[in-house]
Design a protein around this ligand. Structure first.
Ligand SMILES: [Zn+2]
Length: 697
């Protein structure tokens, strides 16, 4: 997973420590396979399932425990008594060692988490998120990552939907209005990697160079965005197979965007689910594309899915590897400068944290994302430089082969490196794996081997120098038209004397480099006469960030000048643009058009209604968040938007929920809002009312 929030890891660690008091079931029973037919019930947001659990006892046992949260069962087994408890389903019987048993039963579950029913613009969507150890909320399974199981899932869903689950689709059978989709896995995996999506999708399919089928899903209305969203996917796939030296371990690879996902992406076995905010057109691709998340989740198919850390203490074996290998793949696409710049950025974050005394050991439970992901990537980069690229590659290959479809610890990996390297790595382990401080000096030394980074550091050293004394060097840097050096040069112009910097701004503007122009649009605080022409040309630049910034800053500039005619012209120019899927340009447009005196006043009502409509739950939370913020700025919350805000306060996406809660707490201080809220209450659900009660509204 990418950007797993720290508190979840801590929870995971806590639950893990607790469960260790009981002897692990893995020592007594080997669960071989779980076959399930699940039927999601959209009306009640519940699951009806039928399960066949096959296991081999390692000793004589009289019960087998499955993890199953709040499920009810119908016992139809003749070899066991199946009993549902609060957290488990118990299979009680007289089970002899080394004999294979298959127990069948039916169950129902109404998952409070993990499996989400989401309304996506009038269509239903279902998706799952099983990491940390949550699959047992919708499917009886084993929370312990150390029991790897072959899961074969069939899903019964209305025929208007596409269904995706792990493995190969082996059968699609129509039953009245429904279709049964049957998937087959040939290899075992940890339960948290089981996944399911249901929704309206189209797909394109093509194989990687080794012939593994890849399926790329997209919403029917997004067919023009499929290419830009999935750009470089084949290159990434081919790169990993070659670089890692172990064939892709699963039968196929599928990627599915979903609405209101909890994270950027999740590496379910052969079935990556990712946030639909990464679905972009060619312009959006420049600003925020899916390539990094795409590479990260794909790398996990080996690091995390094929070999899985035994416990959270070794979580970096998942995230550090995925982060580093994603960077290696991106290096192939975006070049060396990109690679070193990204390493530099993460080194800066790690150094800062470490300087504050908040550095963490890489090997240990309860680490932050920065530690497991970025420090983990750095630890691998340094190790590779130390032992040499070919020894490193060989060790990684041996490590994956030896532990394929099994669980691993940090020592398992280091042992393979020591064998190939032929030397002891105690010193490296001390500094990079078991030391809480970040080795910033070593990192800097490593970065300085790149000529690009040396130029960057030289340029950075000019920051404290007054603008008039560094015009020449900045000019020569801007001539290079390089992404990172160019942006840094532009940032050094910000806030300075415009008379001195105007020549350099014009030079930067003329560079034809989209990212350099974006740096101008974002770093210039205020438009002024000498830059008006440049900012006007930004309105149709190849970046939605640049366009949004230019739009807002020009509008403010014309207002300062009391030039209503120009303001209205500007609004007309920007009409009809939506921007990213979060509507960054459209929501700004609606707001500015409402704030522009006398602009098409007979249509103001419709524009206001459109802005309010974007606060509704059928839209992605990122768009809703923008609409809420702009309504706050024009102080125009009404019944509909307030009702939608309360809904947002109970949303499953933590970050969005928290921002909605902060906003509501702020708004409710106003008498006018309090009054409207009273009239909204009869429209709210029990859950929403309970939340209001909890915060004394
Ligand atoms: Zn990850």
């Amino acid at each position: 997973m990418k950007y797993l929030v720290t508190f979840l890891i801590s929870l995971f660690a806590f639950a893990k420590a607790y469960s260790q008091e009981i002897a692990p079931q893995t020592a007594l029973v080997d669960i071989k396979s779980i076959r399930a037919v699940v039927t999601p019930q959209f009306e009640t947001k519940s699951i009806e399932g039928q399960v066949w659990v096959s296991f081999i006892p390692l000793e004589k046992v009289d019960e087998v425990r499955l993890d199953a949260k709040n499920m009810s069962v119908v016992d139809s087994s003749d070899i066991a008594i199946v009993i549902a408890e609060k957290e488990h389903i118990m299979l009680k019987g007289n089970f002899q060692p080394n004999k294979k048993y298959t127990v069948q039963f039916d169950y129902t579950a109404t998952p409070k988490q993990t499996l989400y029913f989401v309304n996506a613009d009038g269509n239903d969507q279902i998706w799952t998120q099983g990491q940390g150890k949550y699959t047992s909320h919708w499917l009886p399974s084993i929370d312990d990552v150390n029991d790897k199981i072959e899961f074969d899932v069939s899903v019964v869903a209305p025929s208007i939907y596409q269904v995706v689950a792990n493995g190969k689709l082996i059968e699609k059978e129509t039953l009245g209005q429904s279709t049964v989709w049957s998937f087959d896995m040939q290899q075992p995996m940890s339960s948290y990697l089981v996944a399911l999506t249901v929704g309206k999708y189209k797909k394109t399919t093509f194989p990687g160079s080794s012939g593994v089928p890849m399926e790329f899903y997209y919403y029917p209305e997004d067919s023009l965005k499929a290419e830009s969203t999935y750009r470089y996917s084949k290159q990434l796939f081919d790169f990993f197979e070659k670089e890692i030296g172990v064939p892709y371990p699963w039968q196929n690879y599928k990627q599915i965007p979903v609405k209101d996902f909890l994270y950027a992406g999740m590496e379910n076995t052969g079935t990556t689910i990712f946030s639909d905010s990464f679905v972009v057109d060619s312009i959006g691709f420049t600003d925020r594309n899916y390539v990094n998340v795409n590479a990260h989740e794909l790398a996990h198919q080996w690091f995390g899915d094929l070999v899985t850390a035994t416990k959270s203490e070794h979580h970096w074996l998942q995230e550090g590897f995925a982060t580093y290998y994603a960077l290696l793949a991106e290096r192939k696409i975006f070049g060396d400068d990109y690679f070193y710049y990204k390493l530099y950025e993460s080194a800066e974050q790690l150094r800062e944290l470490s300087d504050q005394g908040k550095g963490q050991k890489l090997v240990g439970a309860g680490g932050s994302s920065l530690t497991y992901y970025q420090k983990g990537a750095w630890a691998l980069h340094v190790l590779k430089e130390k032992v040499g690229a070919s020894a490193f590659a060989k060790a990684v290959k041996n490590y994956l082969r030896k532990h394929a479809f099994k669980n691993v610890t940090t020592d398992d990996f280091i042992a393979e490196v020591e064998i190939v390297y032929g030397q002891d790595l105690t010193d490296y382990k001390k500094k990079w794996l078991y030391q809480s401080a970040f080795q910033a000096a070593d990192a800097l030394e490593s970065l300085k081997r790149s000529a690009f980074m040396r130029s960057y550091f030289e340029l950075q050293a000019l920051r404290p120098i007054p603008l008039k004394d560094k015009l020449k060097p900045l000019e020569s840097v801007l001539k290079l038209s390089d992404d990172y050096l160019g942006q840094e040069a532009v940032y050094q112009l910000a806030g300075g004397n415009l008379q001195q910097s105007i020549g350099l701004y014009k030079q930067a503007f003329a560079s034809k480099n989209t990212l350099i122009r974006q740096a101008i649009a974002t770093s210039v605080d205020q438009v002024s006469d000498p830059l008006v022409y440049q900012f006007e040309s930004f309105l149709n630049d190849d970046s939605y960030i640049t366009r949004e910034q230019a739009f807002l800053k020009l509008w403010l500039w014309y207002r300062t000048k009391n030039d209503l005619k120009k303001q209205k012209e500007l609004i007309n120019i920007m009409d009809g643009q939506f921007g990213f899927s979060d509507g960054n340009i459209r929501t700004l447009w609606l707001t500015l058009s409402l704030a522009t005196q006398g602009y098409e006043s007979d249509e103001a009502g419709a524009r206001y209604d459109e802005l309010v409509s974007y606060t509704g739950p059928e839209y992605p939370f990122q768009l809703r968040e923008n609409a809420f913020q702009y309504l706050l700025q024009i102080q125009s919350f009404d019944r509909t938007s307030l009702k939608n805000l309360v809904e947002a306060c109970t949303h499953h996406t933590w970050r969005f929920r928290e921002s909605a809660r902060r906003l509501l707490t702020e708004l409710i201080k106003e008498e006018r809002i309090k009054e409207i809220m009273e009239s909204v209450k009869p429209l709210l659900s029990e859950k929403e009312l309970a939340y209001l009660k909890r915060i004394n509204i």
